[in-house]
Design a protein around this ligand. Structure first.
Ligand code: DGP
Length: 112
């Protein structure tokens, strides 16, 4: 089981802020910005590179949840960044697809 599956099953604690049957969102344990939330599908897709055509709906849903949580967390107007790290060069560390939502500070571009 991935660490994010364990969070969804309440086997390890996390600050969960939203959940439905398909996905869950919680605060990142190592925040890189004042707002740093992870949005995770309950179905384990290891990384974006492994997503299938049949995952189209859940992939779209993750972005709409990011949009809604940005509003809920007060960064809709100030701006925010949505990130998916896929594979070693991107710094992926948990092999369970997740969308990072970062905000409440100015974010540099290009990323490191
Ligand atoms: P990535 O590098 O894209 O695979 O991001 C994984 C993120 O997951 C990283 O920002 C830290 C976060 N993370 C890892 N383990 C835990 C955990 O047990 N709880 C929470 N809340 N976040 C975690």
């Amino acid at each position: 089981m991935t660490i994010f599956e364990k969070i969804a099953k309440r086997e390890i604690p996390a600050k969960i802020i939203w959940e439905d049957d398909d996905a869950i969102a919680f605060h990142d344990v190592n925040p890189q910005a004042p707002v740093h939330v992870l949005i995770v599908p309950k179905k384990v897709i290891p990384r974006l590179s492994d997503a299938k055509e049949s995952d189209r709906a859940i992939l779209g849903k993750l972005l709409l949840v990011a949009r809604d949580l940005a509003k809920k967390l007060g960064v809709e107007q100030s701006g925010y960044r949505v990130v998916i790290n896929s594979g070693p060069n991107a710094g992926e560390s948990v092999p369970h697809l997740h969308v990072h939502l970062l905000g409440k500070r100015a974010l540099a571009w290009p990323p490191g």
